[in-house]
Write a protein that binds this ligand. Sequence first.
Ligand code: ADP
Ligand code: ADP
Length: 234
Amino acid sequence: MALINLNQVSKEFSGKNGTVSAVSDVNFTVEEGEIFGIVGYSGAGKSTLVRLLNGLEAPSSGQVLIDQQDVAVLSGKKLREFRKEIGMIFQHFNLLWSRTVIENIALPLELSRLSRRERENKALDLIKLVGLEGREDAYPSQLSGGQKQRVGIARALANDPKILLCDEGTSALDPQTTDEVLDLLASINQKLGLTIVLITHEMHVIRKICHKVAVMEKGKIVEQGDVLEVFSNP
Ligand code: ADP
Ligand code: ADP
């Protein structure tokens, strides 16, 4: 059963200079447990696609179905509940600089029904999962880029999302750290069976961990399929 299904999705923005088609007639499905990559140069429509997937933006036409639910019809409490199903990872980590590692990770749980003790235990489990044992009480400014992103990943997993949406999550990291973070994402995909959607402008990232890929140019998907097949084409 497809976990994500985009059906003829288009998004246009109108402004002073007319209408811009950010995303045009995009179709793809992501199966549960897959690592699905979306790759394209700057301006290809990737960020718009991210906002369509996490419900921050509604399509101009077509449907974004997540777990069979049309995202555009959600609002209020239902939209807030839905957004917990998608864990987000960002290029610049988006951590709170005045909070420690464990506090950053437990932050999304503050809105849950869990007790303080339960939130702390959950955060400690996540710290173990991402390999940050011993750094619980460090502040983000005391961490390397790779460690900051491990905090970002742990925080994204706090609400047990169905999907991890990684928006240029390794683009601010050096090549070696990028590989380490991608290895971590691959191991989380294996261990938890978690579906990952990875948006990037770097082909190398796609090759390293994605099962499937969609290549975007000027708002359209110009090629998609198994990573091995797409990259074996001349
Ligand atoms: P990418 O993330 O691949 O760089 P974007 O989704 O940011 O691509 O942008 C795709 C196109 O849509 C670009 O031409 C961009 O200028 C345009 N665009 C994106 N968001 C808006 C907006 N809110 N208003 C107007 N144009 C936009
Ligand atoms: P970048 O990768 O662009 O250098 P960072 O991930 O370091 O960005 O920072 C993300 C955001 O947090 C930025 O808006 C930055 O201005 C802010 N920031 C970075 N370091 C600190 C800090 N020590 N205290 C407060 N804000 C910070």
